[in-house]
Design a binder for this molecule. Structure first.
Ligand code: ADP
Ligand code: MG
Length: 355
C-alpha cells in the first residue's frame, strides 16, 4: 500500500563510501597484490619478495628494494588521491608509470590492516607506520600513531592483513584459499615474465619452498621456462613490430606451430600493465587457427606499448581494461606480423623434412 511516509535521504558516512569504493577496486586478494607489485616496480625495484597466507586473505606481504618512501610522506600515504605520479589532469594523458590515481593504498587501508616499513637511501633508519581507513593508526590501542624508527634495508615492505575483515559478506564469498593463491601465482608469474631484470619470489607463509623464484638476470625465455615449463619455452618465437602511424610498438614471445595447448594462454601487457582484451585474444586465436590442429591453442606473451596520449586507462575502476585509438589496425598489424613469423617457421620445417 502507499501508506508509507517517505524516508528521509541522508548522506552516507564517508567511511562507508570509502569501504564500498575500495571493495569495487579490490575484489579479491590478487587485485591488491597487483597494485602492490606495480608500485614496487614503479619505485625502481629489482627484487620483489612475496609472502602469502590463506590465499592472501590472512596475509599479503611484499618486500621490494626500490627507492622507498620519504618519512614526511607517510602521514598522507594512504589518503585517497595522494600520488607521486600525477599532478594535473593533463598528466593523465602522458602517464607512463603503472599506477596513476593514488587510490590503491587508500583502498587497501579501508578494507584491511596495512603496515608499511620503508627506508630511502637518505634516511639512516627505516620507518614503520600502520594504517586504517586512510589514516595513520597506532600499532596498539593507546599508543601514538606516529611512524616508528626500526632497523631495515632500503626499500619498502607492505603488509596487508585480514583483507575484507570489515566486509563479512565478501570474506565469506571466498570458498577456497587455494583458488585465491592460484590467482596470485598466476599474476606474479605474468609480472615475472614481463619485468625482465627484476627478481621475483613468491611463497606461502611458513613454508620454505617457493612457488615462484626468478633471478634478476634470467632471460625472458628462462622466465617462461621456469613458470610455464620447458614444453612452452622450447617452442617460442621472438617477434617485434611497430608502426608510427598508430603510435605502437609490440614485442614478445609466442609458441610456434609445433606447440598446442587446450586453452590459449595470453600474457598481455599494455604500457607495462597486465590487462585483459577479448579483442586481442580473439584475433590471436584466429591467427593460430590455420597453423594449429583443431582445438589447439597457443601461448602468447605480448608487450604492447602505445603512445600514452592514445590510451585511455581511466575507464574502469579496476583498470583491467584499456581503450586505445586504432585498436583494430594495431591488432591486425600485430597478428599479421605473428602470422608471417609462424609461416616462416612452418616453411623451414617443411623444407627440413623434405630434404
Ligand atoms: P599510485 O600508484 O596511483 O600513485 P598508490 O596508492 O598505489 O597510488 O601509491 C601512492 C604513492 O605511494 C605512490 O605514488 C608512491 O609515491 C608511494 N608508494 C607506494 N608504494 C610504494 C613502494 N613500494 N615504493 C615506493 N613508493 C611507493
Ligand atoms: Mg599504485
Amino acid at each position: 500500500d502507499s501508506g508509507h511516509a517517505p524516508r528521509r535521504i541522508r548522506p552516507l558516512d564517508p567511511d562507508v563510501i570509502n569501504k564500498i569504493a575500495a571493495g569495487e577496486i579490490i575484489v579479491a586478494p590478487v587485485h591488491a597484490l597487483k597494485e602492490l607489485m606495480e608500485n614496487a616496480v614503479d619505485a625502481g625495484s629489482t627484487s620483489l619478495e612475496i609472502v602469502v597466507k590463506d590465499g592472501g586473505l590472512k596475509l599479503l606481504q611484499i618486500t621490494d628494494n626500490g627507492c622507498g618512501i620519504d618519512k614526511q610522506d607517510l602521514p598522507i600515504l594512504c589518503e585517497r588521491f595522494t600520488t607521486s605520479k600525477l599532478q594535473k589532469f593533463e598528466d593523465l594523458q602522458s602517464i607512463s608509470t603503472y599506477g596513476f590515481r593514488g587510490e590503491a593504498l587508500a583502498s587497501i587501508s579501508h578494507i584491511a590492516h596495512l603496515t608499511v616499513t620503508t627506508k630511502t637511501q637518505e634516511s639512516n633508519c627505516a620507518w614503520r607506520a600502520h594504517y586504517g581507513s586512510g589514516k595513520l593508526v597506532p600499532a596498539k590501542p593507546g599508543q601514538s600513531p606516529d611512524p616508528k624508527p626500526v632497523a631495515g634495508r632500503q626499500g619498502t615492505q607492505i603488509t596487508v592483513e585480514d583483507l575484507f575483515y570489515n566486509i563479512p559478506t565478501r570474506r565469506r564469498a571466498f570458498r577456497s584459499t587455494s583458488d585465491e593463491y592460484n590467482k596470485i601465482i598466476d599474476m606474479v608469474g605474468r609480472y615475472a615474465v614481463h619485468c625482465s631484470h627484476v627478481a621475483f619470489s613468491c611463497k606461502k607463509h611458513g613454508e620454505s619452498s617457493t612457488s615462484i623464484a626468478i633471478q634478476a638476470n634470467a632471460s625472458s625465455t628462462d622466465r617462461i621456462r621456469q613458470i610455464y615449463g620447458g614444453s612452452v619455452a622450447n617452442e617460442l618465437i621472438e617477434y617485434s613490430t611497430s608502426d608510427d602511424r598508430w603510435g605502437f610498438k609490440a614485442e614478445g614471445l609466442a609458441t610456434n606451430a609445433n606447440y598446442s595447448l587446450k586453452k590459449t594462454t595470453l600474457l598481455l601487457f599494455i604500457n607495462h600493465r597486465c590487462v585483459e582484451s577479448s579483442n586481442i585474444r580473439k584475433a590471436v586465436e584466429q591467427t593460430y587457427a590455420s597453423f594449429l590442429p583443431k582445438n589447439g591453442h597457443p601461448f602468447v606473451y605480448l608487450s604492447l606499448e602505445i603512445a600514452p596520449e592514445r590510451v585511455d586507462v581511466n575507464i574502469h575502476p579496476t583498470k583491467r581494461e584499456v581503450n586505445f585509438l586504432n585498436e583494430h589496425e594495431i591488432i591486425q598489424a600485430i597478428c599479421e606480423h605473428i602470422r608471417s613469423k609462424l609461416a616462416a617457421v612452418d616453411t623451414s620445417r617443411t623444407f627440413l623434412t623434405q630434404t
